[in-house]
Design a protein around this ligand. Structure first.
Ligand SMILES: [Zn+2]
Ligand SMILES: [Zn+2]
Length: 269
């Protein structure tokens, strides 16, 4: 039995004898199936061909990715905290070097994920550090490798301790969440619940990013509304270097207004 990992999206599946026929995450219209056909790898195989890259993404925040880049290029964020470290989002690979480094920093007290495109190998990571993985109950059907380490949280917010709060925004997925971190003006770790755009000054909120399906005005207002009670300067997006350093709360407000204006016709030629 092996827990196969989809090479296209990086999601690890429940253990099976033979590789599954298809990956539910890729079949869904918020992703896409490998044009060359469905392909699989395993954590064992990835450890031989890839490694984890680590870089500082902000004060007390380390980015962890996979090199050479694979799947959708996920990068997780390790948030250092007085009450212990939290891993936000996950990547398909945990190599021995980075496991050693994280143990040296005190291990992980929790993993929390924004949405299914960043579930990756979260169960293997949770087992390696003996910690829980928090997934919003709205995304339960997308937990493709169920495990006792996975804890479903419900409602709109959940305090994680150490000034960290999980906030359900919905939109991209019903349980799409961000991690708010108080202190130093505040920050949100956003996954692609709010996507940090290439201009570095705005964010996007979409149903499907790769297939360009927008959210409705109502859904965008709900995402922005869920973040309204929180103060934050920084927005950490889901990919390397996708970080807005200042004015984050205003960026979300302005970007939501622009999205609504666009789908209501203001940009029509
Ligand atoms: Zn997939
Ligand atoms: Zn996504």
């Amino acid at each position: 039995m092996q827990a196969f990992i989809c090479t296209q999206c990086g999601t690890q599946q429940a253990e099976t004898e033979a590789a599954p026929e298809r990956c539910p995450v890729c079949v869904d219209e918020r992703q896409y199936v490998n044009p060359q056909g469905q392909q699989w790898t395993t954590h064992e195989r990835l450890r031989r061909t890839h490694r984890n890259g680590v870089r500082t993404e902000g004060p007390g925040v380390l980015g962890i990715g996979v090199e050479p880049q694979m799947a959708i290029g996920q990068r997780a964020l390790l948030v250092r905290g007085a009450e212990g470290n939290v891993l936000w989002d996950c990547v398909p690979l945990l190599d021995e070097g980075v496991a050693e480094m994280i143990r040296g920093l005190g291990g992980l007290r929790a993993i929390a994920v924004s949405h299914p495109h960043f579930h990756a190998s979260m169960v293997d990571w949770a087992h390696a550090f003996g910690c829980p993985v928090y997934v919003h109950a709205g995304n339960r059907e997308w937990v493709l490798r169920p495990d006792p380490a996975v804890r479903y949280w419900e409602g709109e917010t959940m305090a994680l301790g150490g000034g960290m709060t999980l906030v359900r925004c919905g939109g991209h997925f019903p349980g799409s969440a961000v991690l708010h971190h108080a202190g130093d003006g505040g920050a949100i770790l956003a996954g692609d619940t709010v996507y940090v755009n290439p201009d570095g000054r705005t964010v996007g909120m979409m149903y499907s990013f790769p297939n360009h399906v927008p959210l409705s005005a109502g859904a965008v207002r709900r995402v922005a509304g869920a973040l309204e009670p929180f103060a934050f300067r920084r927005i950490y997006g889901a990919w390397w270097g996708a970080v807005i350093e200042d004015g984050g709360a205003e960026v979300v407000r302005r970007s939501a207004e622009r999205h609504v204006a666009a789908i209501e016709g203001e940009y029509d030629a």
